[in-house]
Design a protein around this ligand. Structure first.
Ligand SMILES: Cc1cc2nc3c(=O)[nH]c(=O)nc-3n(C[C@H](O)[C@H](O)[C@H](O)COP(=O)(O)O)c2cc1C
Length: 181
């Protein structure tokens, strides 16, 4: 990749994957990115569960009612958990780690997608975090923020056009409200 900014322009959430496995070295590099992520007070409250088993991925995909299709077809997934007892901003710390993996994967030419778990529920109404905890033997005190799915892309996504960025969401110096037309 020529530059990080160029990576941002081509990065997308990838939800459909080929059957090509991801090499162990690349899996390691992606996990390293999570372990290298910054966290408040360097508390590093997160722990990660790497899942490759197809049957387990299928079961994981049922942790909530919508938006889990990538879990079924991915080469592997990383479940991002964190200990709220170790940091009052464990959600932010988890988020940073998940995004670090997403960007690291993109840099390796590997697609990925964030699957929200916290605040969601499955088809029976059970809390998605609890469903994932039970399936993967995650201790009850650990929060489950999300699942990040990885695999080689079976999608054809275009780079973002910088001209379409939402600059109206940026305020210089102080908040400005556009004049009514
Ligand atoms: C906090 C968060 C939660 C998300 N949850 C899901 C999800 O549950 N399922 C899914 O398919 N995509 C999910 N996404 C991916 C977004 O839908 C995606 O980032 C958005 O549509 C923009 O597309 P892009 O990433 O290709 O720019 C999530 C992304 C974020 C940041």
């Amino acid at each position: 990749m020529e530059s990080l900014h160029q990576l941002f322009l081509i990065r997308h959430s990838i939800r459909r994957y080929t059957d090509q496995p991801v090499a162990a070295d690349d899996v390691k590099t992606i996990i390293e990115a999570a372990l290298l992520s910054p966290s408040s007070k360097s508390a590093r409250p997160w722990q990660f569960v790497v899942v490759e088993d197809k049957n387990t991925l299928e079961q994981l995909s049922q942790c909530k009612t919508h938006g889990t299709v990538p879990v079924k077809g991915c080469a592997f997934a990383v479940v991002v958990t964190a200990d709220p007892g170790r940091s009052d901003v464990y959600v932010e710390d988890s988020t940073v780690a998940a995004i670090m993996m997403h960007l690291q994967a993109a840099d390796l030419g590997i697609g990925s997608c964030w699957i929200q778990v916290r605040g969601r529920s499955d088809a029976t109404g059970e809390d998605s975090e609890q469903v994932v905890r039970e399936l993967l033997d995650i201790p009850s005190h650990m929060a489950v923020e999300c699942i990040v799915t990885f695999g080689y892309s079976a999608e054809n996504r275009r780079p973002v056009d910088p001209a379409k960025l939402l600059w109206e969401k940026v305020h210089i110096g102080k908040w400005t409200t556009p004049a009514a037309e």
